[in-house]
Design a binder for this molecule. Structure first.
Ligand code: MN
Length: 295
């Protein structure tokens, strides 16, 4: 079933890592056709490995299959805008500018993720200088993104992946300090499970500043096979009348991306059939959002 068969206001997305681990033309075609076949509206690409991405061809194929797109990424230790080292910050800014170019090039209107730091366990807490660097770079990036029609997301990630933004409240404070209209907050139930008191209060606190959602189980496998309270989360989204994208994110050692899979500690095989996983996730999310909208 397609999302339009359900009475919900949200476009539903899926992360490309359910299908493919690289961005060759053949892989991109697989991801696009499978995403459309599984009933989704949005295909999210990670830009960790986008050097091979055919920008014009990808944009055309997305359009042909009626799909929207979003892009996400984290930075790297030697290219990290939360560093105190100006050369490392500058390389991080270059990566972000290149990612913005790719996002707009394939027709995306959202660039999100850990745009503010490297992925991976930080060696120590965020410093004042590091945070100021994040603010300066993301403020400039937001200015560059505005004429391209791109909104930047601050994905709230757990402590083992970043030291910049671990809770929705951290992200709100950072967004306030960046001070740009096209910067929104992105929550992910996988990370919320580690860092937040529950899956509800952060959503209510974010309200209309929530702009993107990742749905992942506590182990990042099949939805419903873990312990997350998705009915409560979907109910919170309905209570704030959230109408933005809701994107399924799942990883398994069955599909590995050079770099990203190691950054995210994907060591286990939680599923092997991406198509079965994706179809069931679409149904799970659409039914959950529908139930939450019932009076
Ligand atoms: Mn995520």
């Amino acid at each position: 079933m397609n999302t339009s068969d359900f009475d919900i206001p949200n476009p539903l997305g899926i992360h490309a890592l359910v299908w493919i681990g690289d961005t060759s033309a053949a892989s991109v075609e697989t991801a696009i056709t499978q995403t459309a076949a599984a009933g989704y509206d949005i295909l999210e690409f990670s830009l960790h490995d986008s050097v091979n991405l055919d920008i014009a061809g990808t944009k055309a194929l997305l359009r042909e299959h009626g799909l929207a797109t979003a892009c996400s990424r984290g930075l790297a230790r030697d290219a990290d805008v939360s560093s105190e080292d100006p050369a490392v910050v500058a390389r991080g800014q270059q990566l972000l500018q290149e990612s913005l170019r790719v996002t707009a090039g394939i027709g995306g209107t959202v660039l999100t993720g850990a745009l503010y730091s490297a992925f991976g366990k930080a060696p120590g807490p965020l410093t004042k200088t590091g945070r100021d660097n994040v603010i300066g770079v993301l403020r400039e990036l937001a200015t560059e993104a505005h004429p391209l029609g791109v909104t930047l997301g601050l994905e709230v990630c757990n402590r083992y992946e970043t030291n910049v933004v671990n809770t929705a409240r951290d992200a709100l404070a950072l967004a306030d300090d960046i001070g740009a209209d096209n910067v929104m907050i992105h929550v992910d139930t996988y990370h919320m499970n580690i860092e937040e008191a529950d899956l509800v209060s952060p959503v209510l606190e974010l309200g209309d500043r929530l702009g993107y959602v990742h749905i992942g189980e506590n182990h990042r496998g099949y939805l419903g096979s873990g312990h997350l309270d998705f009915p409560a989360f979907f109910d919170a989204l309905a209570r704030i009348d959230y109408r933005g994208p809701v994107t399924f994110e799942s990883f398994s050692s069955a599909v590995l991306a050079p770099g990203l899979s190691n950054d995210l500690a994907i060591w286990r095989n939680l599923w092997s059939d991406g198509s079965d996983l994706a179809t069931k996730a679409h149904q799970f999310i659409a039914q959950g959002l529908t139930a939450a909208r019932q009076p």
